[in-house]
Design a protein around this ligand. Structure first.
Ligand SMILES: *Cc1c(COP(=O)(O)O)cnc(C)c1O
Length: 365
């Protein structure tokens, strides 16, 4: 069997060259008059940093991200957040009106949104709620993929909103079983907060795996919109041909490079470690509160919490100006809220408000 993941692309796109932008044509020029840019800088733009169209994939950023994530630069494509990578994968691999993606609910909403927008079906293989937290039923998932015309399997690890980390050996085994049939996408938006290795380490042996990483969470650059897909170099080249011509705004690239320099990166790592210890402190405190049914173990920067009365908890927090995510509409989570970790002071405020609500409920009962 040919296991080249490029064969998983939509057949009608395999020879697609994409748009040839002025910036993608490499020339040894001195005077650049090929892209209809202005000949003067905007008055809002001092030195003219943004006068010209940007490099589609600036080498400095690509190399820096590759070093950070442990892959080769040509195995990586940067874009407008991992949201763009999800969309790109769905469009490049799935035929509208025929193919499907598989997801494991409760999970991140964008996989199904991108599929819907592209006219692609979404097949569900639900996570199982176990005493150790939500876990993925890999055997059921693989059966589902083999039954339907599934081209993409979206795994989220650590899961949003489950908080669970998926075991790498099982991800590798799933990819092996689906070789030549489907691409296994591992969304690692929160992996910086986890104790465990990235699925990037599996790419050497399993070519039908793609890993999503982002600067939006641990790196605190959500508004810069920089996310990355890491996969087989041939597949990455094909995905780039399907991407918009100028996905990376120059100011955002500059910001990312500054944030990923050695000293700022060390600060990011220290803050991530603090968030991880805050997470355990907050989880312990919440577990001690009456009215809290369950606090799930979390490898991310949020806690998934079940309440006797989630509405009162949500409203009580909102009354003091604290907004948490109501996830009750998600499958299996009819009594749950997702609470992002804040500063230690903000986390203390959450505990304070929720214990006040619990005391009040206790008096009323
Ligand atoms: C936040 C989040 C993302 C979005 O990342 P961007 O890089 O900001 O687009 C992707 N996946 C999951 C699971 C997330 O929770």
């Amino acid at each position: 069997m040919n296991d080249d993941p490029v064969l998983l692309l939509r057949e009608d796109l395999r020879d697609f060259a994409g748009y040839s932008s002025a910036r993608s044509e490499k020339r040894d020029g001195r005077v650049w008059l090929n892209a209809n840019e202005a000949a003067w800088p905007s008055v809002a733009d001092g030195e003219g940093a943004v006068r010209r169209y940007p490099d589609p994939q600036p080498a400095a950023l690509r190399e820096r991200l590759a070093r950070l994530y442990g892959c080769e630069p040509q195995q990586l494509l940067a874009g407008r957040g991992s949201d763009e990578a999800i969309d790109l994968l769905v469009r490049a691999l799935c035929r509208p009106g025929g193919d499907a993606i598989a997801i494991t609910p409760p999970t991140f909403g964008m996989y199904a949104v991108c599929a819907r927008l592209h006219g692609v079906r979404t097949i569900e293989a639900p996570l199982r709620d176990t005493p150790d937290g939500f876990s993925c039923d890999f055997a059921a998932l693989a059966d589902t993929v083999e039954r339907e015309a599934v081209k993409l399997v979206f795994l989220c690890s650590p899961g949003n909103p489950s908080g669970s980390l998926l075991p790498l050996p099982q991800i590798a085994a799933l990819a092996r079983r689906l070789r030549g049939r489907a691409l296994v996408v591992v969304d690692e938006a929160y992996i910086e907060f986890a104790e465990g290795a990235s699925a990037v380490s599996l790419l050497g042996s399993e070519r039908n795996i793609a890993v999503l990483r982002t600067l939006s969470k641990a790196h605190a650059l959500a508004a810069a919109r920089i996310g990355t897909v890491i996969a087989d170099a041939g597949l990455i080249a094909a995905l780039q041909r399907c991407q918009a011509p100028y996905p990376l705004p120059t100011p955002c690239v500059g910001l990312a490079l500054r944030a990923l320099a050695e000293v700022p990166l060390n600060t990011t790592k220290a803050r991530t470690a603090t968030a991880m210890s805050e997470r355990e402190r907050l989880a312990e405190a919440l577990r001690g509160l009456p009215g809290v049914r369950r606090v799930y173990p979390s490898q991310a920067n949020f806690l998934l919490v079940r309440f006797d009365d989630a509405q009162s908890a949500f409203d009580g927090l909102l009354d003091t100006g604290v907004v948490v995510r109501d996830v009750r509409a998600a499958p299996q989570l009819g009594d749950a809220l997702r609470i992002s970790l804040g500063t230690p002071e903000q986390n203390a405020a959450v505990i304070e408000v929720l214990s006040r609500i619990a005391r009040r409920a206790g008096v009323a009962a």
